[in-house]
Design a protein around this ligand. Structure first.
Ligand code: SF4
Length: 290
C-alpha cells in the first residue's frame, strides 16, 4: 500500500484498513487546522487505489471488517470513482461491513441526494463531518466553508440517503466572547441535522495556523477548563434528538460517552461533578503539533 502526505483517521477507525483515495483537503482553509497545509488536493487514479486494495487482500485476507479511505474530504472525489472503489472493496473482502470517509457539509450538499444515494447503494455507510459550530459567525471566522444551513442540509441528505452521520463539534471554538452562542447554535444545528453520533473535540491551537497567532496576540481568548465544561453542559442540555455522544479525543478535558436522551442526566451530573474540581487538575494548555 502506498501513502502520500499526512494520513489521519478518526479514533473510531482504529481497527479499519486504511487505503488512501485522496491526498490533502480540497478546502484547506480552516484557520484552526494544520493537517494538510501546503499540500495540493488530488484524487488518486482508481487503478492505483484498486491495486492497493488488492495488496491489502493479499496481506489481510478476509479479515477486513471496516475500511476507511483517507484523506481529508474524500467525499469530494468524483462520485463514480468513489462508488467503484466501494463496490470493488466489497468484492475483495467478503466480511466487509462498513466503509467510511471524511466529508464536509459543503461537499455533501454539492453532491446532493441522488449522488449520495448512489454512494449508499455502493456501500458507503458512514461519514465523519466536521460541523465545528452551529454559529454562522464562528463558521465565518474560522473559514469553515459551510454555514449552519449547509450543515443541516447535509444531515438531511445523509439521513435520507441512509448514510450514518458522525458530527463533530469543537468546544471552545467561539472563545469567551461567543461561548453561549456556540453552545446554543450548535445544539440547534444538531437538533435539525439529526446525526447518529455527536463527537466532541476541544479547541487546541495548532502550530502554523492563523488561530494560534490569534491566541498568542490576545485577539482570541481561549476558554478555561471550567468554561469548556459549562459550554459542554449547555450544548448537551439543549440537544433534543436521540444520538450517541462521545468525547473520544486527547484534546478533551473529560471523558464523556453515552446515549441521549436516556443518559443525559448522568452526563450532566458527570459535568457538574467535574466542575467542582480545581482547574489545575485538568490537562494544561499546549500547542498542538499534529
Ligand atoms: S478541518 Fe477539515 S475541511 Fe478544514 S482544512 Fe482541515 S481537513 Fe480541510
Amino acid at each position: 500500500m502506498r501513502y502520500e502526505g499526512p494520513i489521519y483517521r478518526p479514533p473510531s477507525e482504529a481497527d479499519s484498513l486504511l487505503i488512501q483515495a485522496t491526498v490533502g483537503c480540497p478546502h484547506n482553509r480552516c484557520t484552526f487546522c494544520m493537517v494538510y497545509k501546503g499540500l495540493k488536493f488530488k484524487v488518486r487514479p482508481t487503478g492505483e487505489i484498486k491495486e492497493d486494495l488488492e495488496e491489502a487482500r493479499r496481506q489481510f485476507g478476509d479479515r477486513v471488517r471496516t475500511l476507511f479511505f483517507p484523506a481529508g474530504n474524500t467525499i469530494a472525489m468524483p462520485t463514480a470513482a468513489l462508488a467503484e472503489i466501494c463496490r470493488y472493496s466489497y468484492s475483495l473482502f467478503p466480511r466487509l461491513q462498513r466503509i467510511t470517509v471524511y466529508g464536509s457539509s459543503q461537499y455533501i450538499v454539492r453532491k446532493g441526494l441522488p449522488k449520495m444515494r448512489l454512494l449508499a447503494e455502493a456501500g458507503l455507510k458512514r461519514l465523519h463531518v466536521g460541523i465545528e459550530s452551529g454559529d454562522d459567525e464562528i463558521l465565518r471566522r474560522v473559514q469553515k466553508g459551510a454555514s449552519a444551513r449547509d450543515h443541516i442540509q447535509a444531515g438531511r441528505i445523509l439521513r435520507e440517503a441512509g448514510i450514518e452521520m458522525n458530527a463533530y463539534i469543537m468546544l471552545g471554538l467561539g472563545g469567551r466572547e461567543r461561548t453561549l452562542r456556540h453552545a446554543r447554535e450548535s445544539a440547534r444545528v444538531i437538533n435539525e441535522a439529526r446525526p447518529q453520533w455527536l463527537r466532541l473535540r476541544t479547541f487546541v491551537p495548532k502550530i502554523n495556523t492563523p488561530m494560534l497567532e490569534e491566541v498568542l496576540s490576545g485577539r482570541f481568548v481561549m476558554l478555561s477548563p471550567h468554561q469548556v465544561l459549562r459550554e459542554t453542559r449547555a450544548l448537551l442540555e439543549a440537544i433534543e434528538v436521540p444520538l450517541r455522544v462521545s468525547s473520544d479525543h486527547y484534546t478533551n478535558y473529560l471523558n464523556l460517552a453515552g446515549k441521549l436522551p436516556e443518559d443525559k442526566e448522568a452526563l450532566l451530573r458527570t459535568l457538574d461533578e467535574a466542575l467542582t474540581w480545581e482547574e489545575s487538575s485538568f490537562r494544561p494548555f499546549f500547542i498542538g503539533t499534529q
